[in-house]
Design a protein around this ligand. Structure first.
Ligand SMILES: Cc1cc2nc3c(=O)[nH]c(=O)nc-3n(C[C@H](O)[C@H](O)[C@H](O)COP(=O)(O)OP(=O)(O)OC[C@H]3O[C@@H](n4cnc5c(N)ncnc54)[C@H](O)[C@@H]3O)c2cc1C
Length: 400
């Protein structure tokens, strides 16, 4: 009987696993359940898409036809709400249930659900003026916003701009500004959002709860200083050690009161306060004893796996952002594209068992990561940061 593979999550980790399996197992029934309506796209390319550097065709990585040709059954816009790792009377396999009431049985299951943006208590207050950048739909919304609103914001900005003398005092950036945005958050996506809004001629202010970006971790103090210098050169303001306490709609703008007592008015707010990677549909035990909801420390959280990407349950694997690999002791996640590709490949091979080469594939977290920001490159290698003010011709401009 053909093996039934079920993959939850149609992102790069899930689709890489599905295609890896298909390359070796022509018979197996491969099912991908994905909460998003779109076939695979490049999340990494979303900032360039929003900025207008890339068109949508360049962001999309697969079409529905590609799945059909590989005989991969995609269920888009389906959210898994429950996983039952074992069915009574059977020693392996299990079933998953979706929000629309479908049930699928599996012999091998992959959890590749990535992460979801951390909820924000102020989300509902001025929802029309709050932006995130996690999905293609978020990117489409931002694109639409930038296409639709420049004139309106230009007039708002000029109403607030004041006299020519006060403009001159405030400098070039105020004269050129078409609006003001607060970017709340201190991580990679906050960097991306700040650069996008700056490209679109907004006045940008970071509001960072911690004393530094990444809560002071992962970047040397000297590199952090270089980063703040880079922002100054590019007209970006940064406020550290402060956060939004209250927010309200005020005369067509957003009024923010911060925990440190600041009163800030902006046209919109971009949120990048981290992602949660623990799926809410699996029994708690599957997450492993070391999985924790350590949001305070902003640690990547997720499904704990061993070096073969196996969870504590038989026939259940995890890959991509949703996974925390405990190969070297303390479980570690690395929320980046290369890690998602490599873990998707390894999980796909290991899920095949007898259909694969017979040996299990070991997964190792990639030791390097880099991001491009305002023409500079920030790199991490084996836990150390390196800042380069000129683009590295060998490195990826956006990161990886
Ligand atoms: C704006 C942005 C820029 C980035 N830039 C870079 C970069 O420059 N370099 C880099 O290396 N990385 C970058 N990343 C990170 C990188 O995109 C991720 O690490 C990678 O996409 C993770 O892949 P994944 O398949 O694990 O998860 P995802 O891509 O998040 O895919 C998971 C999928 O699972 C679905 N899902 C979730 N829950 C369920 C459920 N219950 N049922 C069904 N489906 C579900 C989700 O809707 C989603 O479609 C960026 C991320 C973003 C958002």
């Amino acid at each position: 009987m053909p093996k039934r593979y079920c993959i939850i999550g149609g992102g790069i980790a899930g689709i890489t696993a599905a295609e890896t399996i298909r390359a070796h197992d022509g018979e197996g029934d491969i099912l991908v359940i994905s909460a998003e309506p779109h076939p695979l796209y490049s999340r990494v390319s979303l900032p360039a898409y929003v900025s207008g550097e890339l068109e949508r065709e360049r962001v999309m990585m697969r079409t529905l036809r590609d799945y059909a040709e590989r005989n991969i059954r995609l269920f888009p816009s389906e959210r898994v709400i429950e996983v039952r790792p074992r069915i009574r009377g059977r020693t392996s396999g299990g079933e998953v249930k979706t929000a629309s009431g479908k049930t699928f049985e599996y012999d091998a299951l992959l959890i590749a659900t990535g992460g979801r943006p951390v909820e924000w208590p102020h989300d509902e207050v001025v929802s029309e003026r709050i932006f995130r950048l996690h999905t293609l739909d978020d990117a489409l919304r931002l694109r639409e916003f930038f296409n639709r609103h420049p004139a309106r914001f230009a007039s708002l900005a000029s109403r607030r701009a004041g006299t020519p003398a006060s403009l001159a005092k405030r400098g070039e950036s105020a004269r050129r500004s078409v609006g003001r945005v607060i970017v709340a958050g201190g991580g990679f996506i906050a960097l991306e959002l700040a650069e996008i809004f700056r490209t679109k001629k907004f006045d940008v202010t970071f509001l960072v709860r911690g004393p530094q970006f990444w809560s002071g971790k992962w970047v040397d103090p000297a590199d952090h200083d270089r980063l703040t210098d880079l922002w100054k050169k590019n007209g970006v303001r940064a406020i550290f050690g402060d956060a939004v306490r209250e927010m309200e709609e005020n005369n067509g703008a957003v009024r923010i009161r911060t925990t440190a007592g600041r009163d800030i008015v902006a046209d919109c707010v971009a949120i990048a306060i981290g992602i949660e990677c623990e799926p809410d549909f699996v029994p708690r035990k599957i997450l492993g004893s070391l999985a924790s909801k350590n949001l305070e420390a902003r640690l990547p959280n997720g499904v704990v796996v061993n070096k073969y990407l196996e969870t504590e349950f038989p026939n259940v694997w995890a890959a991509g952002d949703a996974m925390r690999c405990a190969a070297d002791g303390e479980p570690q996640g690395s929320q980046n594209w290369s890690s998602a590709v490599l873990s998707g490949q390894a999980a796909g091979m290991n899920m095949m068992g007898e259909y694969g080469r017979g040996t299990r594939k070991v997964f190792r977290l990639p030791p390097r990561y880099s991001v491009g920001h305002f023409g500079a490159v920030l790199k991490w290698e084996n836990g150390r940061s390196f800042f380069k003010s000129n683009p590295d011709p060998e490195g990826s401009p956006r990161g990886g």
